[in-house]
Write a protein that binds this ligand. Structure first.
Ligand SMILES: Nc1nc2c(ncn2[C@@H]2O[C@H](COP(=O)(O)OP(=O)(O)O)[C@@H](O)[C@H]2O)c(=O)[nH]1
Ligand SMILES: [Mg+2]
Length: 299
């Protein structure tokens, strides 16, 4: 059996979680247009007759300001070690900066094979992509201080372009070894964790920009029986003024978040879902270890 771990790295919002979902063929990691949607290391697993690929999705690389930021940055550095390959994702519709190339060069100093993915090609015409490929081409040659990038692959997660090609390259990096997960596992996270993430995704999607980073979700009770799940969850925010916004006029915002989350949770559980959301205020929760532990970001 061939198996291996593949870390997906890159700046916030380039499409790392979308890429993992596309590679696994299931929605495992939540995706939104906002930076720092992914907070934790999360695994996506693909098993076929002769191989098991384990993808490690990570939060985007960013500056540390709170304990939660620290936790996220730790997740990234630990994810890049001890893996069989690294995929660095870039956004083809944005300018490639010196910090992007410096990040890639840095990873090339380790022995782990590096693949570069130029994602969102559906947003960039070929005339825009070509100069980017040219700018990156020097990385495909090794020099005395670093290895070479193995391949640069233009992809579109939205259109499903070149995902299979990328997958076949990555498959070539797997090693003879153990199967780490059961053949039908698609992630390492629990159902409860996935449910919290779905609720957080909807909150991020439906709320204004300034609040979502301050949102956490915690399940209080969950009972599943006879194709029916009853779930009560807290949506945790930092200020009373935020609480009012999350609830919305006549509870309208919370209702929209809840209804949209319920549909996705029904798909996940394959059961009819009754979801009740409560909004709670915990000031400065992103700096409080006990609250972070409660909602699954324990270090
Ligand atoms: N047009 C386009 N949008 C994409 C593509 N891949 C991801 N996105 C969008 O980019 C945003 C960020 O994606 P996400 O996977 O959360 O990025 P992450 O922060 O790197 O994990 C979301 O709105 C996605 O729908 C793509 O190939 N094309
Ligand atoms: Mg993400």
């Amino acid at each position: 059996m061939l198996s291996g771990f593949i870390a997906i790295l890159g700046k916030p919002n380039v499409g790392k979680s979308s890429l993992m979902n596309a590679l696994v063929g299931e929605k495992i990691s939540i995706v939104t247009p906002k930076a720092q949607t992914t907070r934790d290391k999360i695994l996506g697993i693909v098993t076929d007759e002769n191989s098991q690929m384990i993808f490690v999705d990570t939060p985007g690389v960013h500056k540390s300001e709170t304990r939660l930021d620290n936790y996220m940055n730790k997740c990234i550095s630990s994810a890049a070690e001890d893996v069989d390959a690294v995929v660095i994702v870039l956004d083809a519709s944005k300018r490639i900066t010196d910090s992007d190339t410096a990040f890639i060069e840095n990873r090339l100093r380790s022995a782990v094979p590096v693949y570069v993915v130029l994602n969102k090609t559906d947003l960039a015409p070929y005339e825009k992509i070509y100069p980017v490929l040219e700018k990156l081409s020097y990385l495909t040659k090794a020099d005395s201080s670093r290895n070479a990038v193995k391949e640069i692959i233009p992809t579109s997660c939205r259109k499903g372009k070149n995902i299979d090609l990328l997958k076949s390259y990555l498959k070539s990096e797997l090693k003879e070894g153990a199967c780490y997960f059961e053949p039908d596992d698609i992630t390492d996270k629990s159902e409860r964790y996935m449910i919290c993430e779905i609720i957080r995704e909807k909150a991020l999607l439906f709320l204004q920009d300034e609040i979502p980073h301050g949102i956490g979700v915690c399940i209080q009770t969950m009972t599943v029986s006879g194709g029916r799940a009853e779930i009560e969850a807290d949506v945790i925010c930092e200020k009373d003024s935020h609480k009012a916004i999350v609830i919305g006029e006549k509870g309208g915002k919370l209702k929209t978040i809840g209804e949209s989350a319920r549909k996705d949770i029904e798909k996940l559980l394959g059961a009819k879902v009754f979801l009740k959301l409560f909004v709670k205020v915990r000031e400065d929760w992103r700096n409080k270890q006990n609250v972070l532990n409660d909602i699954g970001y324990g270090i």
